[in-house]
Design a protein around this ligand. Sequence first.
Ligand SMILES: Nc1ncnc2c1ncn2[C@@H]1O[C@H](COP(=O)(O)OP(=O)(O)OP(=O)(O)O)[C@@H](O)[C@H]1O
Ligand SMILES: [Mg+2]
Length: 308
Amino acid sequence: MPAAIVTSDLTKRFPGVTAVDRLTFEVHAGEIFGLVGPDGAGKTTTLRILAGVLTPDAGSATVAGYDIVHDPEAAKAHVSYMPQRFGLYEDLTVEENIRFYADLFGVARSEREPRAHRLLDGAGMSPFTNRLAGKLSGGMKQKLGLVCALIHHPRVILLDEPTNGVDPVSRRDFWRILYSLLDEGIAILMSTSYLDEAERCHRVALVHQGRMLFSDTPAGLKTHLRGAVVSIDAPDPRRIRAELDGAAGVLNALLVGDGVHLVVDDAERRIPELRAVLQRAGMAFDRVEEVTPTIEDLFVAATGESHE
Ligand SMILES: Nc1ncnc2c1ncn2[C@@H]1O[C@H](COP(=O)(O)OP(=O)(O)OP(=O)(O)O)[C@@H](O)[C@H]1O
Ligand SMILES: [Mg+2]
């Protein structure tokens, strides 16, 4: 059986920009695959192609085994797509929205009730079934969108930045629902610009300007970094970064929380040198140590751009 999603050199051009540039990847049943990248990386375009909303200019893709160009209707029957702005009816209640989507997808009445129950429960939304969708918080709206998108048992679900702007509690619920679906053998492809969220996916592809930088498990990704990451905690990380950016052996410098992450060629050799530079400059700092790279470190090292 082919993977749930297979793309091969998938390409989409718009005037003046190649939004998706020869993307090749597979997503398997029971897997959460993250498309991770900054604004304009081509995430939405990729998802829209797989949802059958856009046609690719080159390359190919199958979804649930159906070719999206030659057999789009068959592919669409097995896919659910939750766009960045999912179309909830704000003047309908939670329950009415679910009923609307269940009707749209032709879900039998006997099936929809237990499924809606289970999904709403998982979302922590059972007490709110009679609330108007327009009166829900941002996180609740996203969770309701997910419930609606899942009401018909799709084999593949495409989620475009589903947790963008969602509070941490709702984000946790959201992930719990996603994990609970994996037993059904669903394949989940989601985009995110939260690099920390990438850690929760089984595998991720880091994309930048339409191209894939790396694809691996979150742990495997970190082995792609050439060099090592040195973390420096300091009261004024900005000054530290300004001082050390461009120092010998420092390839990149990134502000993180209350410190700085430096990608260096050789941690053992550079740590004493970096300390000496800071001491000479009279700058206060606390710990200086080698740390496991984050996905953000990898991204910055690969693109030379910092990621907001
Ligand atoms: N319909 C369109 N017409 C012209 N250019 C487009 C169109 N859709 C997307 N683009 C361009 O293609 C590139 C990729 O856009 P896309 O929306 O896929 O990125 P994204 O990764 O989803 O970004 P974001 O984080 O902002 O949602 C961008 O340069 C964008 O301006
Ligand atoms: Mg987008």
